[in-house]
Design a protein around this ligand. Sequence first.
Ligand code: DGY
Length: 323
Amino acid sequence: MSKPKVFVTRRWPALVEEKLKALYEVTLNTDDRLLTAGELKFALQNYDAVCPTVCDALSADIINVDNKRCKILGNFGVGYNHIDINAAKRQGLVVTNTPGVLTHSTADIAMTLLLMSARRGAEGDRLVRAKQWQGWCPTHMLSSDVTGATLGLIGFGRIAQAMAKKAHHGFGMKIVYFKPSPADEYVTDDLKATRCNSIEELLQLSDFVSLHCPGGDATRHLINAGMLKLMKPSAHLINTARGDVVDSVALIAALKNNKIAGAGLDVYEGEPDVHEGFLALNNVTLLPHLGSATLGTRTAMGEKVLANLAAFFAGDHLLDQVF
Ligand code: DGY
């Protein structure tokens, strides 16, 4: 029997690419460049499975292409707001993702950004490299205390809870969170975490606000000018979720006018483009979507896609089907 044909939109770690090649008739994007809409349509028409990732915008127009052969989108990543899920549903496409395996690496990046923003790490690095450091003095580059401060988490899923553990047990931070329904008691007891009644309340209470909600229409510009106004002038905003959760123009204005102390961003509206306004500011730390970027995590994400494809082609129950 011939092997299913699988199309992978971007390079994966070698170990998981090798496993894919052993199991399927695989086409890799050997140049690792961003594919065009036409190329994505071609993949949907000529392969049984397409494995996209966060940088592939799979719009309704692409998903609705005629003469589709593809039956499953095995997404490499946990977030799937780059896929028009309603169109996929209508077209009878199965969509799977990779939850659970990138929890710690993403929470680590959120903590990295929190610490860098609080302690002005990127700014200090730039100063030293520019040979502008004049030497130690008691008032040089004073920054915000992390230990004992209050961390507010908007969204309280796996990644937020992992960050809360590091922050609470490692840095003695007080944890508050907002999600529509209360989290399980065994989680909140361990973290001594308190649920806020609203995002507005959380913004007013927190020294650091970290975003952990999904992207997409429901959360677009959730953090806008009005919400930023509620934050303490000494507070920092951390975003490792999705860029469109924050109104970039409003955040740039808040940072520029010192309405908040700083921000640490791993994700951007319209990435890989980054709003020019951020580039001129010293009080924002900018990372290039590194949340899951460890070799171990990216390999584990590939293994998850492999497991999802294997279950699909065997007709077994799909653990990570997104709808
Ligand atoms: C995801 O999996 O959704 C991440 O953003 C990619 O690291």
